[in-house]
Design a protein around this ligand. Sequence first.
Ligand SMILES: Nc1nc2c(ncn2[C@@H]2O[C@H](COP(=O)(O)OP(=O)(O)OP(=O)(O)O)[C@@H](O)[C@H]2O)c(=O)[nH]1
Ligand SMILES: [Mg+2]
Length: 366
Amino acid sequence: METESHEVIYERGATQDSAETQEENKALLKEINQLCKRQDRRKPEVIFLLGGAGVGKSAMVNTLGKVIRGKYYPKAKTGSGNAKSKTLTLQWYAHCGVEDFELQPGVLVNFSVLPNVLDAPGNDNPNANELREILEMVFEGCIPVGTSFDYLRAALKRVKASGSELSFTSSEELKVTKVVFVVSCTKDFPMQMVECLNEVLNSYDDKTGRQKYNIDVLVVITKYDLVDGQERFRTDRRQEQITKEEYLEFKNKVAKNFSIEGAMQDNCIEWVSYVDGYSEDNPFIDNIALKFLRQIMRPDRSKHKMENDPSSIAVPSRHEVEQRQMSGKELTEDNHLYKQYILIGLVFACALIAGTYKLVSKPASK
Ligand SMILES: Nc1nc2c(ncn2[C@@H]2O[C@H](COP(=O)(O)OP(=O)(O)OP(=O)(O)O)[C@@H](O)[C@H]2O)c(=O)[nH]1
Ligand SMILES: [Mg+2]
């Protein structure tokens, strides 16, 4: 009897929550629509999903598409979640994979500025140098969509062995503006990947002294439904679940390694995806994805707004410094020569004066 009444209370609570969340979701969609219409939003963000294999990057793309179009229609292939990557090539999902004919009429007016998403294969044990090079190439928009990552890694090894460099051209459209670092709370924290990302993002231009990339990072912790007590999401719970304590420990690692302690709300999102077989409408999942879109599209998320400021500290490049040192050396060498010539000239002049004096003074003494 007692159990029955508990269930009734839980159900009622869940329904009330769900209705409220549905209302909130409608308001969120309106807000995103306003963000799309802003004068200063001329171009879509380019989001790069970075993370290990099977953490749920492709499932994220499908979930974003679902909340925009209103229907779950998976375009990105998802895997089994084990170490072998399901996504094999660099994938591009313009406007989160949504086409304008799929939109519900009147919901999003200026949808062409919704983020474009780059999804790549995950790698749990990356070679640090290789990952740094690949990240730089992705950020600069140098890897054509569809490129196999196995091919890319092999090509990098080949050129390194031959002492040459890969030649590539950069595409403005593909240049990354935001990195979404995807970590699954059911997997180990990818410490090495975070270090590589930080190294690349902190690198600076030799000429201007500015950071090379104006890229903002947002962390997404996926598979939050697998944490004890998160039944409202009702997704694929056949996977290994974790306790609240284990989750908190993982979340602390995220905060520490990304240095976002005290600013978690703005920089980290607890995420649940729609997945194949568990794609029935769930306002709680929609709510997470809509809040993510709002966060990504917020105009104040830009890392530094001075990117168009032409002024910079005038520091000579290493080449220029070497040239200056060379010419300085030549100057001092020239100086030495010059002094030597004067000295020799003086000696000659003295000898000449002495000789003339002797000549002049001889007859006088006779
Ligand atoms: N329970 C649960 N399962 C999820 C979630 N997101 C993804 N999955 C499952 O995790 C597995 C891997 O998901 P993918 O989206 O293919 O992962 P990925 O990061 O794209 O992996 P690669 O492309 O292989 O690098 C699939 O079986 C998904 O169904 C989630 O939020 N909750
Ligand atoms: Mg994938």
